[in-house]
Design a protein around this ligand. Structure first.
Ligand code: SF4
Length: 452
């Protein structure tokens, strides 16, 4: 099996919510298609008249609520997720607003209505498929089929693994990672750091700075959410509740202060994501409240040093890499077990490792958290990443903490199930899961809410 070659900064990406597969990847696809159009021969470009985009699979089923059409439009207008304005999706809300795309030799019109929602069931290899076409002179001048494969990762027809360096300590399963750690004598964070350097060519300092920037963006999402009241965008009219949760935790004599704080942090970041604001995919935007909440607790609650958070983040990444490599982190592929389930598993590993426990405790914590998310469906109400997603992030954070407590209390050797088995079970369960529970809003809570 191919070794894990995912970079820390591919797994943890900065970009606009509410959904990495539905906003970050479509924006990247739009931006990539723009570049491909500009690279056409001038004689073809002069014929260009319009671009049409068709969103398929769950991008069609829930893309409207997730803002997928606006994200694709933003990419075609030259924006990229990591640097786009925080309110870009709000700015692109007007369906008929005319825009122009400068292709160099020619400028062509574009509006949100050029991005259409197509078939939910189709024959393309990935559920979340996007078809981009440039029309002109009575023919298709350029077409490209893109796949949003989860966590904001983008592939396309003919895509091949990009040429990168090879990991110094290759592994494709937790079993191999364990063997690699034992063989090299390295600690987990050192191994992840060395692999990151070898794969990306980045220096240690650059990687550390990148990790610190991710932490800052995560903490900003929590702080912004804690300081923002009102109603979230979309048809539900859902009130934000993070500030109230935090306020409640400050009441005199309150029991469960810690739990209320942890909940408020996760809800705060998830509400910012639901508002389409800037988050870090961890591993996805929909699940982007779990790790920030745990990081805030580690830093503010337990006063752990930044170094512990950095190391914990690398342990979390190892778990995320393995889940992505051997199963999926896309709700459209395996349901919410691949999003909040994996986020919770990553956060449990981060807590254990950040608190200085042995790698095996971190693995066991990750396994416990993932095991108890197995089978979790994805059924966002009205296609919005709000119900059940926001509270589910809080559940994921609390479950991560509980998984860490259990793993830290038991002898690591007494733990029976290893992480590889839980990841395998997630992949199997995801394969067997009916499509209506995989980010299509056609089953579960999404349907119950409409019916009641
Ligand atoms: S239910 Fe889970 S997987 Fe589905 S959109 Fe919400 S957070 Fe993502």
């Amino acid at each position: 099996m191919q070794p894990v070659k995912t970079s820390l900064f591919e797994l943890f990406k900065i970009g606009p919510g509410p959904s990495s597969s539905h906003t970050i990847a479509p924006m990247r696809a739009g931006n990539d298609f723009l570049a491909r159009c500009k690279a056409l021969p001038t004689e073809d470009l002069r014929l260009a008249e319009r671009i049409q985009v068709r969103l398929l699979g769950s991008l069609s089923a829930t893309g409207k609520g997730h803002g997928s059409d606006r994200a694709a439009l933003g990419g075609l207008l030259g924006h990229v997720p990591e640097s786009c304005p925080a309110d870009l999706l709000d700015r692109l809300a007007e369906p008929a607003e005319p825009y122009r795309i400068d292709l160099g030799a020619v400028t062509i019109p574009l509006s949100r209505t050029d991005v259409v929602f197509g078939a939910i069931h189709h024959k393309h290899p990935y559920s979340n498929t996007m078809l981009f076409r440039l029309h002109g002179g009575g023919r298709v001048l350029l077409e490209q089929e893109y796949y949003s494969v989860g966590g904001g990762f983008l592939q396309w027809k003919g895509w091949a693994e990009p040429e990168t360096g090879s990991p110094l300590h290759p592994y494709s399963t937790m079993l191999e990672l364990r063997a690699s750690l034992a063989g090299s004598g390295l600690r987990l964070h050192d191994l992840i750091m060395r692999n990151e350097q070898a794969v990306t060519g980045r220096g240690e300092r650059e990687i550390v700075e990148g990790l610190d920037q991710l932490v800052e963006v995560m903490l900003s999402a929590v702080d912004n959410g804690l300081n923002t009241e009102g109603v979230l965008p979309g048809s539900i009219g859902l009130n934000r509740k993070a500030p109230t949760l935090l306020l409640r935790s400050c009441e005199k004599g309150i029991r469960d202060r810690f739990l209320l704080e942890l909940n408020s942090y996760a809800v705060a970041a998830a509400e910012e994501n639901a508002a389409g604001h800037c988050v870090v995919t961890a591993p996805t935007a929909g699940a982007s409240g779990v790790l920030p909440a745990v990081i805030k607790v580690m830093l503010d609650g337990f006063k752990l040093p930044r170094m512990a958070v950095r190391r914990g983040l690398m342990a979390a990444a190892a778990v995320g890499f393995l889940c992505k490599h051997n199963a999926s982190i896309a709700g459209a592929e395996v349901g919410c077990q691949g999003e909040v389930g994996v986020a919770s598993s990553m956060a449990a590993a981060m807590l254990a490792y950040g608190f200085g426990h042995d790698f095996r405790v971190a693995e066991n914590a990750a396994e416990i958290a993932l095991e108890h998310h197995l089978g979790l469906t994805c059924d966002p109400v009205d296609g919005l990443v709000q119900i059940p997603c926001i509270e589910r992030n809080a559940m994921g954070a609390v479950k991560a903490y509980n998984a860490y407590l259990i793993a830290a209390a038991e002898l690591p050797a007494h733990h029976v199930v290893d992480l590889d088995r839980a990841v395998h079970a997630m992949a199997e369960t995801g394969r067997d899961m009916n499509t209506k529970y995989k980010e299509t809003s056609r089953g579960g809570l999404a349907v119950s809410m409409v019916n009641c």
